[in-house]
Design a protein around this ligand. Structure first.
Ligand SMILES: [Zn+2]
Length: 115
């Protein structure tokens, strides 16, 4: 018994329960109820995806005293402004392979293969 002016409306509820505790209610249509669990989002394939097309740039970062300068490779679509992106893919890979070269982790450069 509910107090006056309090009403109850059906709503969707999601909860986990062992199947052995579930019993169908008579005269209820369950045809729309999924009986298979949706697959979780798949992991990306293990193979290295092809490097994206476009132009690349190098961002020169200050070197620690006595250390080599860091050069971060970016794709032209990167949100980090690096000036003009004028390197071809081959040039970008060459920069990446040099000491101090690293791929930006925020843009397509993270997909570049390391040699
Ligand atoms: Zn970047």
């Amino acid at each position: 018994m509910l107090p006056d002016r309090i009403t109850v409306e059906p709503d969707e509820v999601i909860f986990r329960v062992p199947a052995r505790l579930v019993t169908p209610i008579e005269d209820i249509d369950y045809s729309g109820v999924p009986t298979r669990r949706e697959r979780p989002p798949g992991r990306p394939p293990r193979s290295v995806p092809a490097a994206p097309a476009g132009w690349w740039s190098v961002q020169h970062l200050p070197a620690p005293v006595g250390g080599p300068g860091r050069r971060v490779i970016h794709h032209e679509s990167c949100w980090i402004p690096t000036g003009g992106a004028g390197l071809t893919l081959d040039q970008a890979l060459g920069e990446l392979a040099r000491p101090g070269g690293e791929a930006c982790t925020a843009c397509e450069a993270r997909h570049l293969p390391r040699s």
